[in-house]
Every structure is written in structure tokens, then in C-alpha cells.
Design a protein around this ligand. Structure first.
Ligand code: 3H9
Length: 702
């Protein structure tokens, strides 16, 4: 039996509408229906002097129910018309606010005549992050309350503001401490008693001055530069309508824009990522396992990676002990961290007190014994099996019973490292991405013997330090780097066949990738990529193909290590990549050595298909093998860690947009044209079976 999420009662002459729709009181169709009934009850309740709207639980309404946007029948108008009824009510309506008052929640609050909030309440219009604009009068009310400039900035960025800022901007009327419902009732009684005039946001005038015109022009110019995000232009048009048209006409402009955006592929992709990110935090096989803490962290290695990892914890207020092998290395590492913080301070992101506080949380040491009391120790030493095994063995001895040992390896076998500690149940992989203090993605690697509570702890720690965690099973390269492998392989074959680095990069950048593979390699270091390939070669893990990844190996031999040596796939002037004829010569020589035919024309379509379809195929294979729990996890890895365009929803989401049978037949086509001696073009079994059954990868579950 479904319970009405909205109730109405008259308490001592004040009407109360109470919304209870956990977890975040989102405006679902049921809440709209409940509100309609509750409002009708208030409208016919002659004994009620005023109305108070309150939400139970941890927050006021945090927005429209995003899941309901998928329904073909979804319409913002029923909710908007309730807001109009609140706004035009002849009796006072008070919203009493706490938690996160976002999107449809702020729209509901703004339709009330008076808004009071607890001091730690936050306010925002995050619709743009879902490829939308506020669809229930938000673009019309916010500029009337806060002015056009602030409204545009909040709606275009999706950022939230504090209660103090909201009060100063005129978005709310009062900040009060106490229990929200009691505060709301008291405010309503006080205002009725004082016969305070009703202040309707729909009736407020917007100042049309030079600042307004300039804010709109600047916003329109910014929106025009980002055509992949159509919500930006729509927001500007709706706010322009608020400025130039009567409220009801502006509202119609907004509703039209919302309808179009909701059905756009961009918004669908961003909504998919919203839920995928939250789903990624769930571990299917665990049942109520509780996290182990942790309150103190140790890191072995103060290199760029170790220092970046340490910053994450210091930023979250968690003390860190960093162990190095020499005074010099320790000093270098800590001063790099300080430099990073000071750069943030110079940009106004931190004040000097915050810099000192964070640095104060970092303690350097040359002695592993300093790690003995840490709850979590992460090794971030050089990526070499023997070195990492030795470090893990020492950690197994010095770490206290119950402490978690994490390795930041990106390519080595986690299970081998776990065994080296002598306590594999305590071991988990925490694969940070460089720069570790900036990149949102964290691959949490579950070893064969990782204890459930260790996994839960790693996931919780990740969220505590602001990362987006995704669980990966053990395989070479985990989820992200394993899928990168065919992408880089095809990049190199295309270079050997006659494509130029610039052509390959711009083809995938036109798809929206933040950076093409050649520029990315030059930035991360050709030497790093080459050493991984050489390591695999030595381990006998490469395909028996002498032409496999020969370009990166040759560039490395020639000392072309990328941006840091001012030469790699490109030559550099400062940080600017320039085409280098030497690279074309190197590739032509290698093609000759390996009997690879050079071709006159290689189209952008071929580049995109060869890089992306093989990457997608590998992703589907990873799902089939159980390395990744769900397709959405793969999408999060690529959008949060590899510069994949969020408006395409990630490689698995994109695969469904392209069509799985199209991907399968294209792979088979290249298998015929290029030859498939090494299995590069073989569609994964799961891909084949999904094509046969006509299923989408997005809906696939194990
Ligand atoms: C909108 O309002 C359009 C309007 O203009 C017009 C129409 C009215 N819908 O993030 P968490 C779920 S567009 C459905 O882990 P936190 C979430 O999936 C909307 N579900 O918690 C998760 O479920 P599960 C504008 C939602 O404390 C659970 O709640 N508003 C929604 O870290 C907990 O979420 C937004 O875009 C929703 N709107 O953060 C706000 N919100 O446990 C989006 C949350 O099953 N939400 N859920 O995985 C947020 O930013 C954060 O969730 C919030 C809480 C800050 C509220």
C-alpha cells in the first residue's frame, strides 16, 4: 500500500504541509499529487491563518525526482501550477528550510511568501549539471529575488550558496536556529500578528540596467562557446524572458526549453551519470559490513603521487604520516605539496591559515615504525613489482592488527602484492589518478582475498576525501587502463599506416574527448607508457605481434619522453604541441620494418571507430569477466578519470546510442580489412549475445 508522502493538518490555526519522501524529499509525481491534495485542504480550511511548508528528515526538497524525468508523460506544469497557487494565496505561506534546498526545492521555497532557514542550509539550482534548466519557474523567480547577475551565475554553474549568502542576496528572509517546524510556525504566527504584507516573488520588478544587460551578454557569449551543453543557451534565453516578459510568458518560455532539454541526448547522458555515480558506491555482494574507521593515514612514498594522495587526506582534515627513504626525498615531496597549496592560495582558493593547517596535518618520517598506529597505509612507491613487494612485506609487519594496507599500483597484480604482506585480507587497491589531488576518480581494487569490511572502508574513505570510487576486480590495468590498451594500440597502428598525431587527436577531440591519445601520452610521459609496454613484454604478456606498440617504444629509445623533453609525438614550444616531421619519418621507418602498408587517406570516421569501438568492446569484455560490476561503473571511470565527454554518458552509454550491432559489424569489418591474426577485432562474447537478443548494454546485469 502506498503512503501519501504529503500530509496536511491544522495546528492551532496554522496549516501545515509536511513532505516526507526519503531520502531527499524529491518532487516525485506522488509528491505533486500529495501537494495538490494538501493545498486544496488548506484552501478550504477557513480556520487556518497561514500555511507552513516543512520537510521531514535530513533535508528540505533537494529537487525534482530525476528518475521521473525518464517517463514520456513527465511534465513540469502540474508542479508549476501548484507553485502559482502558493504564490497567489491570499493567506501567508512560509517555507521553513534545512539541509539542501536545490532545484525544484528552491522553486517551491521561492513560491512561498516568506523563507526562513537553519544556518547550515545550502541553496542552489543544480539542474544544469543534468543538462537541464530549472523547469518550475526557477528562472523567473530567482532573478526577481537575487538580481539577474547572481541568478545567472547560480543557474549556469549549479553551485550552491550558504544561508548567509542567500540572506544577503535576498533569496531568503531569515536565518534561525532550532527545530525547523517550530521555527516555521512561530514565524507564521508572528507575521500574521504583525499583519505583514505578503511578498510575492512573481510580482517583484527586475532592474534593467547596464549590469543586467552585460551579465546577459556575457552569459550568452559563454553559452555560445559550449554548444555541447545546450542548457546554457536555454538558461540565458529563459532569464532574458524573465527580464523582458511578464511572469506567465517567461514561465512558458522556460517550460518549452525544459521540455526540449529533458529529451536531449545530453541531458539523458548526464542523468545516467548522476545515477551511475551513486550506483557505483554500492557493492552487490556485501551484507551490512561496517567500515573500519579510519582516522589516521600513512603513505609510503613522497613522490608526485604520494604527495598528491596525502593532500586529499589533509584537505579532509585527516592527519597523514609520510614515509620516505631519504631526508632529501622527504623534503622535496613536502615542499612540492606546500607549493601546490600555495598555488591554490595565490588563486584565492585557500587562505594562508588553511595552508598552514593542512601542512600541519602532514608529518614526514624516515622510519616505517611511524606507521605502526595508522588505520590505513597506502603505498605509493615506484611501479616495480619487486620494490612494491618489499614495501608490502614491511607494511605487513609494521602495521597494527586491523589496519588496512592499500596499494596504489596501476598495473601490477594486486593479489601478488597482497600475499607479500602476509595478511591479504587487509589489502585493497586504491588506484589514484594523476594529479591525485585533482582527479576525481579512484579505482578501488578488490583482491581475491580482500575482506568485505576493508572494501567498504576503502569506498567510504574515497567519498570522505571527495573522490568518485569505482570497484574493479584484478586484471592487467584494472578497468580504465585495460580499456586504454586497445585505444593506444590502434592509435599506433594508425600512425604506422600514415595518420598524423594531430589528425588522430583532433578526430577524437571532435567527439569530445578532453585530449587525444598523442597529446595525452606526451603529457603523462612517453617513458611511462613505454616502460609499461616493456614490462609487459618482459613478463611475456604481449600479443605475439612484433609490430605491437612499436611507436611508443621507439620514441622512448630516442629520448622523446613527451612534454618534459619538449619532444614526443609532437615537438613543443613551451607547452604548445607542434607537428614534427621527424615523427612521421619514425613511423614510416617502423612501418617499413614491420611490413605495414602506408595509406593515402585515413578518415576521421575510421580513427574514431578504430579507437572507440575497440575500447567499447574491451569494456564489454570486462563486464563479461566480472571485473566491473555494471556498465555504469565503466562510464564513471571514463568520464571521471579519462576525459571522456560527460555529455556522451561514457563509453557504455555511447555504445547503446551507436547501436551494439553496428559496433559488432564494424569490428568484424576491420577484422576482415586489417586481418585478425591476434584477435584484435574479435567481438566479445557478451557483445555478440546482446546483439542476438537485441538487448542494450546499459540494461545488462550479471
Ligand atoms: C529539478 O529539480 C528540476 C526542477 O527544476 C523541475 C522539476 C520539479 N531525484 O547524493 P546522495 C537520491 S532537477 C531522485 O548519495 P548526499 C540519490 O540517487 C533536480 N533521487 O546523498 C541517492 O539514492 P540511492 C535538481 C535523488 O547526501 C540518495 O538520494 N536537484 C535526487 O551525498 C542520496 O543521494 C539535484 O540535481 C533527486 N533529485 O547528497 C540534486 N537527489 O541511495 C541532486 C538525490 O538510492 N542531488 N537522490 O543511491 C544531490 O545533489 C545530492 O543527492 C544531495 C545529497 C546534495 C541532495
Amino acid at each position: 500500500m502506498s503512503v501519501n508522502p504529503v500530509s496536511y493538518e491544522n495546528r492551532n490555526g496554522i496549516g501545515l504541509v509536511i513532505i516526507s519522501n526519503p531520502p531527499v524529499n524529491a518532487i516525485s509525481p506522488e509528491v505533486v499529487a500529495g501537494l495538490r491534495e494538501a493545498l486544496a485542504a488548506f484552501e478550504t480550511d477557513a480556520q487556518a491563518k497561514a500555511l507552513v511548508i516543512h520537510c521531514e528528515g535530513r533535508t528540505f526538497v533537494a529537487g525534482g525526482d530525476i528518475a521521473s524525468f525518464e517517463s514520456p508523460e513527465f511534465d513540469t506544469r502540474p508542479f508549476s501550477s501548484l507553485l502559482t497557487r502558493l504564490d497567489t494565496s491570499p493567506r501567508l505561506v512560509v517555507a521553513t528550510l534545512h539541509g539542501t534546498v536545490l532545484g525544484g526545492g528552491l522553486e517551491l521555497a521561492m513560491a512561498c511568501h516568506y523563507r526562513l532557514a537553519l544556518p547550515d542550509t545550502r541553496f542552489g539550482m543544480p539542474e544544469v549539471r543534468l543538462g537541464l534548466l530549472p523547469g518550475s519557474q526557477g528562472t523567473q523567480r530567482l532573478p526577481r529575488l537575487s538580481g539577474v547577475s547572481l541568478a545567472l551565475s547560480l543557474i549556469l554553474t549549479g553551485q550552491s550558496v550558504s544561508a548567509n549568502d542567500a540572506l544577503a542576496a535576498g533569496i531568503i528572509n531569515e536565518i534561525a536556529e532550532g527545530e525547523p517546524l517550530a521555527l516555521g510556525i512561530a514565524a507564521a504566527e508572528r507575521l500574521v500578528e504583525a499583519k505583514a504584507p505578503l511578498r510575492r516573488s512573481s510580482g517583484l520588478k527586475i532592474a534593467i540596467d547596464a549590469a543586467t544587460t552585460q551579465a546577459l551578454a556575457e552569459a550568452a557569449a559563454t553559452a555560445a562557446k559550449k554548444p555541447a551543453y545546450p542548457a546554457l543557451g536555454a538558461i540565458v534565453r529563459a532569464v532574458e524572458a524573465a527580464v523582458n516578459l511578464p511572469f506567465e510568458e517567461g514561465e512558458r518560455v522556460e517550460a518549452r526549453e525544459f521540455d526540449q532539454l529533458r529529451l536531449s541526448s545530453t541531458s539523458r547522458a548526464l542523468r545516467h551519470l548522476f545515477f551511475a555515480e551513486r550506483a557505483a558506491a554500492r557493492i552487490p555482494s556485501l551484507k551490512g559490513d561496517v567500515a573500519r574507521g579510519p582516522n589516521s593515514v600513512g603513505i609510503v612514498g613522497a613522490g608526485t603521487m604520494g604527495g598528491g594522495i596525502a593532500m586529499n587526506f589533509a584537505n579532509a582534515g585527516i592527519p597523514v604520516v609520510i614515509v620516505e627513504t631519504s631526508d632529501d626525498a622527504l623534503r622535496r615531496g613536502l615542499s612540492l605539496v606546500r607549493r601546490n597549496y600555495e598555488t591554490s592560495a595565490a588563486k584565492g582558493k585557500l587562505n594562508s591559515e588553511q595552508v598552514e593547517k593542512r601542512m600541519g596535518l602532514l608529518t614526514g618520517s624516515l622510519d616505517y615504525a611511524s606507521l605502526a598506529s595508522c588505520d590505513l597505509v597506502i603505498e605509493a612507491v615506484f611501479e616495480n613489482l619487486q620494490i612494491k613487494k618489499d614495501v608490502c612485506a614491511r607494511l605487513g609487519q609494521v602495521c597494527r592488527t586491523g589496519a588496512i594496507i592499500a596499494t596504489n599500483t596501476s598495473t601490477l597484480d594486486l593479489d601478488v602484492l597482497a600475499e607479500a604482506t602476509g595478511r591479504p585480507a587487509d589489502v585493497v587497491g586504491m588506484h589514484f589518478f594523476s594529479p591525485a589531488n585533482v582527479m576525481r576518480l579512484l579505482e578501488v581494487v578488490r583482491g581475491a582475498r580482500t575482506a568485505p569490511d576493508v572494501l567498504v572502508t576503502a569506498m567510504q574513505v574515497a567519498r570522505r576525501i571527495g573522490k568518485v570510487p569505482v570497484v574493479s576486480g584484478v586484471c592487467y590495468g584494472f578497468i580504465g587502463n585495460r580499456m586504454l590498451e586497445p585505444y593506444m594500440r590502434e592509435t599506433e597502428f594508425l600512425l604506422l599506416e600514415g595518420a598524423h598525431p594531430g589528425q588522430i587527436d583532433s578526430a577524437v577531440e571532435s567527439l569530445g574527448m578532453a585530449m587525444g591519445p598523442c597529446r595525452m601520452s606526451d603529457l603523462s610521459g612517453v617513458d611511462i607508457g613505454a616502460k609499461v609496454v616493456i614490462g609487459q613484454y618482459e613478463a611475456g604478456a604481449l600479443p605475439p605481434d612484433p609490430s605491437y606498440r612499436v611507436v611508443v617504444r621507439r620514441l622512448f629509445e630516442l629520448g622523446r619522453h613527451g612534454q618534459k623533453t619538449q619532444a614526443g609525438y609532437y615537438r613543443y614550444e613551451g607547452r604548445t604541441p607542434l607537428p614534427d616531421p621527424l615523427v612521421a619519418d619514425i613511423c614510416a621507418d617502423l612501418a617499413r620494418e614491420h611490413g605495414i602498408a602506408r595509406r593515402g587517406v585515413i578518415t576521421d570516421q575510421e580513427i574514431i571507430q578504430r579507437l572507440m569501438y575497440t575500447l567499447i568492446n574491451e569494456g564489454i569484455q570486462i563486464l563479461d569477466e566480472g571485473i566491473s560490476y555494471r556498465p555504469g561503473d565503466i562510464d564513471i571511470v571514463w568520464t571521471a578519470g579519462y576525459g571522456f565527454p560527460d555529455y556522451r554518458g561514457g563509453p557504455m552509454f555511447m555504445a547503446d546510442q551507436i547501436g551494439l550491432s553496428e559496433i559488432e559489424s564494424t569490428l568484424e569489418h576491420y577484422g576482415r580489412v586489417r586481418g585478425n591474426q591476434f584477435g584484435y577485432w574479435t567481438p566479445s562474447n557478451l557483445l555478440k549475445s546482446l546483439v542476438v537478443t537485441g538487448q542494450r548494454i546499459g540494461g545488462w546485469t550479471r
